[in-house]
Design a protein around this ligand. Structure first.
Ligand SMILES: NC(=O)c1ccc[n+]([C@@H]2O[C@H](COP(=O)([O-])OP(=O)(O)OC[C@H]3O[C@@H](n4cnc5c(N)ncnc54)[C@H](O)[C@@H]3O)[C@@H](O)[C@H]2O)c1
Ligand SMILES: [Zn+2]
Length: 689
């Protein structure tokens, strides 16, 4: 392994020796957890760091290298439950490269040893994140399959390998060597990994930390029926013992191609590349496609393609000198979950955000990650105080995969959503059956300020012309406006002082604000921006209750008797008006002079016509040719129809214009009467005339 990162190696021999011993102990412990128990206690990058420290010490103090050092041993000892099998040819690990310079050095070392100067041809393959297997065929029959183990002896897992559909039990070609050992990686696809983990959790079992772990846990099962269920995959990338009389092709790539022709699974991504530049091109190209592959890879493996060069290059205690693995930046790190903070969004939605002990993942330092909502936290069961797995794949925002449960020493309390908004102290309520929690202080909450104001001035609300989003943002940023009632205190001088505003435009805005004071009750209700209360509901409320006071005082029962108001809407209304802050702002608006004409003939309680649409629930969809949908809606409402946005069993008519889509099919399914535009016009006209 190359040492591109340098560590402080103690100069005094006795200090170095002491530190070396500590590292050996730590690494041996983690090797056991990882290779034998399939239960790692630290992330791979943390492990790699320990390992590189060990190498750095041994580099400066070579007398510390003994046969027992983890640097001289491959993997872990075979587990006792399986029969231990000595490999005919040892199974090695791979040297690691962490950057392009390491690959340049790798090629230079090969040049030196072979006394070559030309760019070397390598084969490049994805480094599958699974575990190594040796499969032995005799006279074309699969006779044994073994794990790598400590490289000298492995575990006999023939019973499990035989369950894999991709592994031929018999090779049928006439040119199969008497003895043929093929080597490759047993792995689990991303899809199968998710599937297995869901099953594990559903059965109350521990989820696997990563696909490698799942593959190892699955392959090292005593009961092959479990293995068979979990769908292992295999790609071959090498060989062990092969009968000496076999005419092996000259190159690595041709040998793999021969395996493929015999029906053995090999990775179609495998390619020949030239020199350090070729290695880098392949690396970059695969790194860019990493997410799209259906299996996890943790790097690229390069091997000298000419087989006759392998012997002169030879092996170290751990790996061949003719191969190297360039690691991808780690996508997953483990870190501490220090706290869960609540962010309030523009719509008042509360989002829990994990505060993390800062950790570098995939090249950026991550100290926060969204946990989305309460359901997500419960599903993942993350708790403050946990060690959590943070993942950042490609350019995707970092996410928390889950806790490392083996680290949870004591019972940590579960997370609960606060019942008050951290920004404004208003009550927090759950959004119907959705997993969203929302601050109910819509008019007052600083987090919701801009959005509340944009909505307040919009055309269908208070319709304040000239008060655009950008101007509102400026007013908020300068703290000139906090709540909608502050708009009515703005004067020309203040507005004229703002960016891109002149005396004349400022005067126009002030005039528009003044004009907006004369409004209707339904517009006013709509302008308040109460969640779930759209234009239609606002109109129905106004027509039903006639006054603002009545709406504000209405109890659930009264609210439910209004058209279009269900339990969710009733709940939102009550919570909204219960907030003292919201009431204050409403009072401020009325004090500023907002008024509306008294409602004497509410449209839908005293319909003036007897159209076939009177009292009917109607939905509009698709493109209409005679005027817009909102015009059609006005006409319908004028004859006492109730126009709603979605099809349900209560819908009486669907008016379907051109290019009607899902609403049309839903109406058909529910047996709702469907009218085209012409039929609709006819029905409207005949009754009017
Ligand atoms: N978290 C922990 O506690 C812990 C403990 C021990 C080891 N580890 C991790 O295990 C790794 C070291 O394990 P290792 O010794 O098995 O080495 P390795 O996984 O880095 O590389 C060797 C292995 O790569 C695999 N491989 C995949 N594709 C290959 C290809 N195309 N050609 C050849 N080989 C291919 C083979 O299984 C081979 O045995 C490191 O990533 C280390 O972080 C972690
Ligand atoms: Zn709030």
């Amino acid at each position: 392994m190359s040492n591109s990162t340098s560590f402080e190696v103690p100069q005094s021999f006795s200090n170095a020796q002491q530190q070396h011993q500590q590292l050996c102990n730590q690494i041996q412990f983690h090797n056991r957890q990882y290779y034998l128990l399939d239960d790692p206690q630290i992330s791979d990058s943390e492990y790699d760091l320990l390992y590189r420290q060990l190498l750095a010490i041994e580099d400066i103090h070579p007398q510390l290298v003994t046969e027992q050092s983890p640097s001289q041993r491959v993997g872990g000892e075979p587990i006792k439950a399986f029969t231990s099998v000595k490999h005919a040819v040892p199974m090695f690990s791979l040297d690691n490269a962490f950057n392009q310079q390491d690959l340049v050095d790798f090629q230079r070392r090969i040049h030196d040893r072979l006394k070559q100067t030309d760019a070397i041809e390598f084969i490049a393959e994805p480094k599958m994140d699974g575990l190594a297997i040796n499969i032995r065929y005799e006279q074309g029959n699969l006779v044994q399959a073994t794990t790598r183990g400590d490289g000298i002896s492995g575990e006999d897992v023939t019973h499990n390998i035989r369950t894999m559909h991709s592994v031929p039990l018999k090779l049928n070609s006439p040119d199969i060597p008497e003895i043929l050992e093929v080597r490759g990686e047993v792995f689990i696809t991303k899809k199968d990994f998710d599937f297995i983990n869901q099953k594990q959790l559903a059965n109350g079992d521990k989820a696997f930390a990563n696909p490698r772990n799942a593959a190892a846990g699955t392959l090292r099962q005593l009961d092959p029926r479990i293995t068979a269920k979990r769908r292992l995959s295999l790609y071959l990338y090498g060989w062990g013992e092969i009968s000496a009389d076999w005419q092996q092709p000259d190159t690595y790539l041709q040998t793999l191609q021969q395996f493929a022709e015999w029906g053995l699974p090999t990775n179609p991504e495998t390619k020949a590349v030239i020199g350090a530049q070729g290695m880098d091109d392949y690396y970059q190209q695969l790194l860019a496609r990493r997410e799209a592959l259906n299996y996890e890879i943790d790097g690229i493996v390069y091997k000298v393609n000419r087989i006759d060069w392998h012997a002169p290059l030879g092996f170290t205690a751990k790996f061949p000198r003719w191969a190297i693995a360039r690691k991808f930046p780690a996508q997953e790190k483990w870190t501490d979950l220090l706290g869960i903070e609540i962010q309030v969004g523009r719509t008042g939605a509360l989002t829990p955000v994990a505060r993390l002990e800062p950790v570098e993942v995939g090249g950026v330092v991550v100290s926060n990650a969204t946990l989305h909502n309460q359901d997500e936290i419960e599903r993942k069961d993350v708790r403050v105080g946990d060690k959590v797995i943070v993942r950042r794949a490609g350019d995707v925002i970092p996410e928390i995969v889950g806790p490392v449960l083996s680290f949870r020493k004591s019972d940590l309390p579960k997370f609960v959503m606060p019942c008050r908004c951290p920004e404004c102290g208003s009550e927090v309520i759950k959004d119907g059956d959705k997993a969203v929690y929302r601050c109910s202080g819509g008019l007052f909450c600083p987090a919701q300020r801009k959005r509340a104001l944009h909505h307040f001035v919009s055309r269908k609300a208070m319709d304040i012309v000239g008060l655009g989003d950008k101007l509102i943002d400026q007013l908020c940023d300068l703290d000139l406006v906090k709540h909608p009632d502050n708009l009515y205190q703005l004067d020309v001088a203040t507005l004229a002082g703002l960016e891109r505003m002149a005396q004349k435009s400022a005067q126009k805005v002030v005039d528009a604000i003044e004009i907006s004071k004369n409004t209707t009750l339904s517009r006013f209700i709509y302008a308040l921006g109460i969640p779930e209360v759209g234009e239609v509901t606002a109109k129905n409320l106004a027509n039903h209750f006639l006054t603002l006071e009545a709406i504000m005082q209405a109890d659930t029962e009264a609210l439910l008797s209004v058209d279009d108001v269900g339990e969710i809407v009733a709940n939102q209304l009550q919570h909204f008006f219960a907030q003292p802050h919201n009431r204050e702002v409403i009072k401020g608006l009325l004090d500023a002079g907002i008024h509306w004409p008294e409602i004497t003939h509410p449209a839908n309680t005293q319909p003036t016509t007897n159209s076939p649409f009177t009292g009917k629930v109607v939905v509009l969809t698709g493109t209409l040719h005679q005027g817009s949908r909102s015009e059609a809606k006005e006409k319908l409402e004028a004859v006492g129809a109730k126009v709603t946005g979605s099809i349900s069993a209560k819908t009486d008519y669907l008016i379907a214009g051109e290019k009607a889509g899902s609403k049309l099919s839903k109406a058909e399914k529910l047996g709702v009467s469907i009218l085209d535009e012409e039929q609709f016009m006819q029905m409207m006209e005949t009754e009017h005339g």
